[in-house]
Design a protein around this ligand. Structure first.
Ligand code: IPD
Ligand code: CA
Ligand code: CA
Ligand code: CA
Length: 255
């Protein structure tokens, strides 16, 4: 199977996941907690991951899956082809708002992004990228990110972190506006689409970031951890993703 067929198949899986999630929302689903009382997970998150697992095992037995809801424990490296999946990114939004959540997939080959797919399930926005061939929003090619000044930037932050970090508070005062959407995948897709100019967050897992990272590569965006180091996609890390011009402006102030 060539890379275009792989992309089309992965997009089909994501769209099928979106249909499944919408059907499950008409019924009642079980809500559980994980690390703490605000760390929610539902049966829908788990079942979406199982759907991907079955399909990938059947169609691509040589590929591996790293997913949030359990399919990550055996993944200790990114050799070969690895699907990095967040079955529902923004579970709190899913449970409380019934909108603003996404299915996110990053397909990596030997540690490098090949394909990025993020589906905003309720708003019907599908972001897709293929390395070297650009990023698309519902089949419309996203342009390269353009230069803009910091005082015209809209930046998405993890609010809890801003409260603790004086440098971030100083950035907040200089930008045009701040936002917080509660879905790292959507926030990264919005940076890629130029709707946001930066997204800064703490303690994100590979599945929160992989799909959006692939998208950003195709529009000239930059994504590192908070210290400016390369992301490993094997461990949790901080994240600083931005339009390249805004990245440089903010980075100079964080040092
Ligand atoms: C969460 C969302 C949220 C971010 C959290 C993530 P989940 O993912 O992306 O925006 O702030 O750190 O864990 O658990 O809803 O998939
Ligand atoms: Ca979660
Ligand atoms: Ca997530
Ligand atoms: Ca999730």
């Amino acid at each position: 199977m060539n890379i275009h067929e792989l992309k089309d198949t992965a997009v089909r899986y994501v769209e099928e996941a979106g249909i499944y999630i919408k059907e499950e929302m008409k019924k009642s689903y079980h809500i559980d907690t994980k690390a703490n009382k605000n760390d929610l997970v539902t049966d829908v998150d788990k079942n979406v991951e199982l759907l991907f697992k079955e399909k990938i095992e059947h169609d691509f037995p040589e590929h591996r899956l790293m997913g949030e809801e359990g399919s990550f424990e055996d993944i200790k490296d990114l050799d070969g082809i690895v699907w990095i999946l967040d079955p529902i990114d923004g579970t709190m939004n899913f449970v409380h708002m019934s909108t603003n959540f996404a299915v996110s997939v990053g397909i990596f080959e030997n540690g490098k992004p090949l394909i990025g797919i993020i589906l905003d399930v309720m708003n019907g926005e599908l972001f897709v990228s293929l390395t070297g061939e650009g990023a698309y929003l519902n089949d419309k090619k996203l342009p390269l990110l353009e230069e803009k000044p910091l005082d015209e930037a809209i930046v998405s932050f993890n609010t809890g972190w801003v409260l603790k970090d004086e440098k971030l508070q100083h950035i907040v005062k200089q930008v045009r506006g701040t936002r917080s959407f509660g879905s790292a995948a959507l926030e990264l897709a919005y940076v890629a689409a130029g709707r946001l100019d930066a997204y800064i967050s703490m303690n994100l897992a590979p599945w929160d970031v992989a799909g959006g990272y692939a998208l950003l590569q195709e529009v000239g965006g930059i994504a590192t951890n908070y210290e400016g180091n390369k992301l490993s996609f094997l461990d949790k890390d901080t994240l600083f993703a931005a339009n390249p011009y805004i990245y440089r402006e903010i980075d100079a102030q964080l040092k």
